[in-house]
Design a protein around this ligand. Structure first.
Ligand code: AMP
Length: 280
């Protein structure tokens, strides 16, 4: 397990691997690693010769400076956790390494995928995500890149980025890893108090409720039922939508295709997201 911090080192080592015909898997993260992240690394290890994990808290994707400042940073513990899954490279760059020109941002038409759900509540978030992932893809030129379905909208946007700019990179979607009680694992969970942690269970419970009632009432009725669970939860619901997985537009009637229910809610100043796939 090699820990690198410079883009030049990555460029050099990546070229030598490509020359040898080795397959490169890439797992971008913002650190504060948990079992969800490790599952991505494990899958990459199984499917590639080389796995590169990046740990970089990307400043340009934070729309609230307090979220950036308070984002958990646990580098030593992250390295310890990664030892168990043993990626070939951990890449931990400084911001100046990734952004030698501070205001750099790529221009890419995201075809409206960035204007719904997270895009409405986090102005500029996806422009930052796409900019940093584009930089990583350009640098690493991975054969496969691994993203969690936990961030479903991000996954679909990265698929579009890859289609448009990195057709040689396959985007691999990995299932959501949950705590035993259902809460989706998230780096931000580390900031929850015991009381907030307990209250946050309503997020996955609302999704599971909707799943258990799927096709037993209209989508609008089920969405209202799910939303009503938040009323006494102490969480501030930002959105709860059933959407088409490709357009991400809300769907109010069964379409004969699989759909996705997506939710975002605030508990105190911590914002959590989750989703669930629903069958055709
Ligand atoms: P982050 O460090 O939050 O930027 O996440 C890095 C990657 O891990 C993203 O592709 C996330 O979707 C993925 N990820 C985060 N949480 C989970 C989870 N609970 N299950 C599966 N993947 C996850």
């Amino acid at each position: 397990m090699n820990i690198l911090t410079k883009t030049a080192e990555i460029r050099e080592i990546r070229s030598s691997w490509h020359e040898k015909g080795l397959r490169i898997g890439f797992v971008p993260t913002m650190g504060a690693l948990h079992q969800g992240h490790l599952s991505l690394v494990q899958q990459s290890k199984q499917e590639n010769d080389i796995t590169i994990v990046s740990i970089f808290v990307n400043p340009t994707q934070f729309n609230e400076s307090s979220d950036f400042v308070n984002y958990p940073r646990t580098e030593d513990a992250d390295i310890e956790l990664l030892k168990a899954v043993n990626p070939e490279v951990i890449f931990i760059p400084l911001a100046t390494e990734m952004y030698p020109e501070p205001n750099h941002s790529i221009e890419l038409d995201l075809e409206g995928l960035d204007r719904v759900m997270e895009g409405k509540f986090r102005q500029g978030h996806f422009a930052g995500v796409v900019t940093i992932v584009d930089k990583f893809f350009d640098l690493i030129q991975p054969d496969r890149a691994y993203f969690g379905q936990k961030d479903f909208q991000q996954l679909q946007i990265i698929r579009l980025l890859a289609t448009k700019r990195y057709p040689q990179t396959s985007i691999i979607a990995c299932p959501i890893i949950r705590e035993p009680d259902g809460l989706a694992m998230s780096s931000r969970n580390a900031r929850l108090t015991a009381d907030q942690r307990e209250r946050s269970l309503v997020i996955s419970q609302a999704l599971f409720h909707l799943e258990s009632r799927w096709k037993k009432a209209t989508i609008s009725e089920l969405t209202e039922e799910a939303k009503s669970l938040f009323l006494s939860s102490g969480l501030e619901l930002e959105y709860f939508e059933v959407v088409d997985p490709l357009s991400l537009n809300p769907v109010y009637e069964y379409t004969g295709s699989s759909l996705v229910a997506c939710v975002a809610a605030r508990v105190g100043e911590i914002r959590l997201i989750d989703n669930i796939s629903l069958p055709a």
